[in-house]
Write a protein that binds this ligand. Structure first.
Ligand SMILES: Nc1ncnc2c1ncn2[C@@H]1O[C@H](COP(=O)(O)OP(=O)(O)OP(=O)(O)O)[C@@H](O)[C@H]1O
Length: 665
């Protein structure tokens, strides 16, 4: 070989190289183009004429970054050098035929080069001669090449880590956006679009698994106008993923053609050149398999082939996508069962009647329902004040929220505050646990304050404050809790008279009486009596499974002429009795047992042909007796309780026991 005298590289080469590389490592702008821009200068310092980083991916060699021509690689030398990488990560350089090859060890999965790689330098002729002449020069070449190799590895690691952070940030941002979507078509499309742009591929598809039919349904089925793409769940690469639960990559040319299900391409008039597919599961490690909902697939990498980094990114997206799909499904299920419940509850509280007075109330109720105004419902006992309050609730935008009813008369002052506003654990002797008040429970919905006229003065003052400030403070607590509640109050008491007698606060009256709705007594509703009677008749007959009987004309007249002092509640009880105590196809006036007929019947009068069990007779007597006490007291429950020798709260308890409506929650 021709030995040309050469000058040794200046002693400072290694130092300059080290300085240059440390500057490079500190640069904030390290990116894919960075190495390409600094490599020529580094090579020149090393005495190289061409070279760069060579790595083997998916069976073929890639040179990037690289300076100079890409021909005549010393493949054998590179393979040999890579094979010599020690288990401890040591990577000896090889010098031969003018090449210096330095393998780059794996960085143990820290995000750097975990594909076989080597720094390859083609020496200038002068450098080659110098290296051949002098062992010291050869050693210097090796040392500087190793220095450069380790710097390249660090730079590459940094770049990959920066890219990974960027990707994960993008995945998290996308996942947060997916959680906000409420329509599954839009969600799936958005997931596919995100994957397409992050992974840099032509399209992405989600294959949802229909386990029962052993099919995978491609969504979005791009290219199939309005149709759906369905494949057998064991076909193609997606089938492999489903079977193994592992990510799979396929690249045309380097992988087995038979793995791809070309039927999909045919139906989409598309050509798959490369493909990465990963399982989609919303479960954590041990539940991954059972929570597998499908396969996520990226098709045709825009530049080159898919590699394991793409598969890792796709798997990140798939995990978040599976959670978003599952949580949308759960939300949809919950929403539809909630809608069904709301629908059931709304239809169970129908405001029956079409008398003009009821039509007027209904129209006003529906109008006020669209606002958040406080409503005061007025009317005698049993006229349907709670039914009307529920009607307002179910007609309002708050219908999916709770409807919470509180009977203010049934609460003694000491309990009222804790019932309405809640208490903290330890607030008083029996407060073993934190108790959420009705205002908080009704948040997002409606709070119905029944018998508000019976509220104690202290209770009235506290209620007024909450209505004005729209915050509650639990008893024993200090934290103000904002409450979003529409309040509907009701009373059968003449509030103006109570105000004059200083038993009801005028300021609270004005606060509650923003809109008032008044229900007329049943006797003033004309033929509605028959309509409501038929409504209850059907309801009770259905409950006990008997044929609905007919009214005799005389029974209809009796219903229409009765004064119904207990209003609809009395009518309801009457019809309930009729349903339970008669068995004929036609109902006669005597069957109604109104106008004292119950007592007469219980005393063994003419209406007593049908035997009644003792329990039922006792119940009927008690109901009748309590109703007449309430009637005599003009609806004042405290007074009625006094007449019956009971405390007011015991009267409510008794009424509940007897199945009498009490308008409490
Ligand atoms: N218009 C109506 N259509 C159908 N059922 C009704 C109607 N009005 C009242 N009811 C029924 O009558 C009974 C009494 O109604 P509700 O409890 O709403 O009356 P109230 O005026 O609130 O009574 P109270 O003043 O005693 O609290 C309930 O069983 C209710 O379902």
């Amino acid at each position: 070989m021709n030995r040309t005298p050469i000058s040794s590289p200046p002693e400072s080469t290694e130092i300059r190289l080290a300085l240059e590389m440390s500057r490079a490592l500190q640069a904030k702008t390290i990116g894919p183009t960075f190495l390409q821009s600094v490599l020529p200068e580094l090579l020149r310092m090393l005495g190289g004429q061409m070279g760069g980083l060579v790595s083997q991916r998916q069976g073929s060699w890639h040179c990037a970054p690289w300076v100079g021509e890409k021909t005549n690689f010393p493949i054998d030398l590179i393979t040999d050098a890579i094979d010599r990488i020690g288990t401890d990560g040591s990577a000896p350089s090889q010098i031969a035929d003018g090449w210096c090859v330095t393998p780059i060890g794996s960085d143990n999965g820290t995000g750097g080069l975990n594909t076989p790689s080597a720094l390859v330098i083609r020496m200038t002729d002068a450098e080659e001669s110098a290296v051949r002449e002098s062992e010291e020069r050869a050693q210097r070449m090796i040392r500087t090449a190793q220095l450069l190799a380790s710097a390249l590895q660090r730079i590459e690691t940094q770049m990959r880590q920066a890219r990974r952070i960027e990707q994960l940030t993008a995945v998290l941002a996308a996942a947060a956006e997916w959680q906000r979507l409420d329509d599954d078509e839009a969600l799936l499309r958005k997931i596919a679009d995100t994957a397409t742009s992050l992974i840099e591929c032509e399209r992405a598809s989600i294959f949802l698994w229909d386990r029962r039919r052993s099919k995978l349904i491609g969504r979005p089925a791009l290219g199939i106008e309005g149709g759906s793409l369905e494949v057998d769940d064991d076909a193609g690469v997606v089938g492999e993923v489903l079977r193994s639960g592992e990510p799979k990559i396929w690249n045309a040319g380097s992988d087995d053609e038979s793995r791809v299900n070309r039927k999909v391409d045919e139906s989409l008039e598309f050509e798959t050149r490369s493909l990465a597919a990963v399982p989609m599961s919303s479960g954590s490690d041990e539940h991954r398999r059972e929570k597998l909902i499908g396969v996520f697939e990226a098709i045709n990498k825009t530049d080159g082939e898919f590699d394991e980094f793409d598969a890792v990114l796709l798997a990140d997206l798939a995990t978040h996508a599976a959670v978003a799909i599952e949580s949308l499904r759960t939300r949809q299920r919950l929403r539809s069962s909630r809608d069904r419940l709301v629908q059931d509850a709304a239809s169970a509280t129908t405001l029956v009647g079409n008398h003009p007075s009821i039509e007027t109330v209904r129209r006003s109720a529906e109008k006020v329902a669209k606002t958040d105004l406080t409503v005061l419902v007025l009317g005698k006992n049993g006229t349907g004040k709670e039914v009307l309050a529920r009607h307002v609730h179910y007609e309002s935008d708050r219908r999916s929220g709770p409807f919470v009813a509180v009977n203010c008369a049934a609460l003694v002052e000491t309990l009222l505050e804790s019932e309405l506003f809640g208490h903290e654990k330890g607030a008083f002797t029996d407060a073993n646990q934190t108790h959420i008040g009705k205002f908080e429970l009704a948040s997002g919905g409606t709070l119905f304050l029944d018998e508000v006229g019976d509220m104690s003065p202290g209770g009235q003052a506290k209620l007024l404050r909450v209505l004005e400030e729209k915050v509650v403070v639990r008893v024993g607590g200090s934290q103000p809790i904002p409450v979003d509640v529409r309040v509907i109050a009701a009373t059968n008491q003449p509030l103006e008279e109570l105000i004059a007698a200083r038993r009801f606060r005028e300021d609270l009256f004005f606060r509650l009486n923003v809109v008032s709705l008044t229900l007329p007594p049943l006797a003033d509703r004309g033929d509605d009596v028959l309509m409501v009677a038929n409504h209850f008749l059907k309801q009770f007959c259905y409950q006990i499974g008997r044929q609905v009987p007919q009214w005799s004309p005389a029974a209809e007249s009796a219903l229409l002429s009765h004064s119904w002092p207990g209003n609809i509640r009395e009518l309801r009880n009457t019809i309930e009795r009729v349903c339970y105590l008669t068995s004929e196809d036609v109902i006669h006036p005597d069957d109604l047992m109104i106008n004292g007929a119950v007592a007469q019947r219980l005393k063994g009068g003419p209406a007593a042909e049908m035997p009644i069990e003792l329990n039922e007779a006792t119940r009927i007597f008690q109901v009748d007796h309590i109703e007449s006490a309430i009637k005599t007291s003009g609806g004042n429950m405290t007074d009625a309780a006094g007449r019956l020798g009971l405390h007011r709260s015991n009267l409510y308890r008794k009424m509940r026991q007897l199945g009498m409506p009490t308008s409490s929650e």
